[in-house]
Design a protein around this ligand. Structure first.
Ligand code: ADP
Length: 159
């Protein structure tokens, strides 16, 4: 059984993330989406909220599970029995950081391979921080995030 993890901040999950998750689920037997507990970042949503929004957004995806992790991605991959790390590549601007991370992770754990997937081009300009910004200005984000996420954003930024 080929299992991969898809780590990220997911603050909050967007249709870009979900596009990557669908592609990964077509290629692998099991995809574990895993929310990074990163104390140096100041996310809008708590870890529990991000996990909950992912779970609600991914209902009906039967090969996909959601959890969170603290520490190194490769340690988490070993712990859950995954042999690959999925990352999304939108543009050249993602490349340098992702390349560095992938090589460092390979140095730390040679048995774990990073796999890059590209989303549909309509999601290449999309990221969580743009969505948070739009929502903070009461702009409609329905084209970018599932309905539960849109509602959660409205609760964070009430009119
Ligand atoms: P991180 O802080 O780890 O970059 P993110 O939640 O921003 O966490 O992203 C997780 C992964 O999803 C990263 O590999 C990122 O490049 C990818 N990603 C984010 N938004 C998109 C998108 N719109 N299309 C494809 N991949 C994306």
């Amino acid at each position: 059984m080929k299992k991969v993890i898809y780590p990220g901040t997911f603050d909050p999950v967007t249709f870009g993330h979900i596009d990557i998750i669908k592609r990964a689920a077509e290629l692998f037997d099991s995809v574990q989406v895993t929310v990074a507990i990163n104390p140096s970042k100041k996310p809008l949503f708590t870890v529990e909220e991000r996990v909950d929004l992912l779970k609600k957004s991914l209902k009906g995806f039967n090969k996909v599970s959601v959890d969170s992790f603290d520490g190194l991605v490769v340690d988490h991959a070993h712990k859950v029995g995954a042999t690959g790390i999925i990352r999304g590549l939108r543009a050249v601007s993602d490349f340098e950081y992702e390349f560095q991370m992938a090589l460092m992770n390979r140095k730390l754990a040679e048995d774990i391979t990073t796999i890059f997937l590209m989303p549909h081009e309509k999601y290449t300009y999309l990221n969580s921080s743009i969505v948070r910004n739009l929502a903070s200005f009461q702009s409609d984000v329905k084209d970018f995030v599932p309905r539960v996420v849109k509602e959660a954003l409205q609760n964070k930024y009430p009119r």
